[in-house]
Design a binder for this molecule. Sequence first.
Ligand code: BV8
Ligand code: ZN
Length: 251
Amino acid sequence: MIEVSKELLNRLKHAEHILFFTGAGISAESGIPTFRGEDGLWNKFKPEELANFDAFLRNPDLVWEWYEYRRKIVREAQPNNAHYAIARFERFYKDVTVVTQNVDNLHNRAGSSNVLELHGNIEKNYCLECGKRYDFHEFPDTHKVPVCEKCGGKIRPDVVWFGEMLPAETFAKAEQKAAQSDICFVVGTSAVVYPAIGIAYRAKEFGAYTVEINVETTQFSSAADETFIGKSGEILSDILQLAENQNNKIL
Ligand code: BV8
Ligand code: ZN
């Protein structure tokens, strides 16, 4: 069991609004490669080459194949203890929000009920021309960008690429939740991508007690009130246990 501060115990006892801000590190224990780690996805490919719209126009089949490769990994992956611990926080607090940069759908699959996907969801796609949606759709040929059955346009993943705006409503909701939160857990993110990480700074600005969970320190560490260095699956399971001890009320 990890050692936590009196302040965090006190906050776990009295908090009403909990915010989890998560990045690729929370899915590492599910076997999904992160972006910037040593075996990171970006090491093989550079973000500029793949996760942006120009790359898709330049080389649609390559970008499509990369997403199909990642979709396969995601489909074979299972949520891990960190995802499940976050979902179980809903037993003790009436307002638990997950703001994730991840596109792997694992928070939803673990049972969290309020997940805000700032960068979209790799299981969702749409036609560039007519906008027809192809959500959770299995495409026959994973090596070629598919064409829309309605209008023949190219189909793209419904994720936010570099240089693209984040979904406005989702981001606004995340900002509102950040301003309300009593505790903000910042889990498994290198804290380099904007405006997403701005949500964690905003929670702090509005008085949330910020707790970072990561296997190493990050750019956010100096802003965090408390940092736990370790795997999110283990640390969040311990913090869930502490939350349970602090809240004899089960909702
Ligand atoms: C926008 C798409 C503008 C889907 C992604 C210069 C300075 C600042 C900002 C910028 C700049 N130049 C450009 C920008 C803006 C840019 C940006 O932030 N760039 C950064 C890289 C410098 N942002 C954008 O372009 C955004 N859009 O700004 O639009 C605009 C404005 C007006 C009008 C029009 C446009 C869009 C950003 C979204 C890009 N899309 N993904 C996909 O393919 O996945 S970003 C990509 O990075 C993923 O979404 C990922 O989630 C995100 C963040 O990465 P992390 O999740 O943090 O993952 P990472 O691998 O980096 O770190 C993993 C961490 O986990 C590590 O710390 C590791 O230690 C830890 N870990 C590992 N194992 C564990 C663990 N922790 C705990 N337990 C473990 N077991
Ligand atoms: Zn179409």
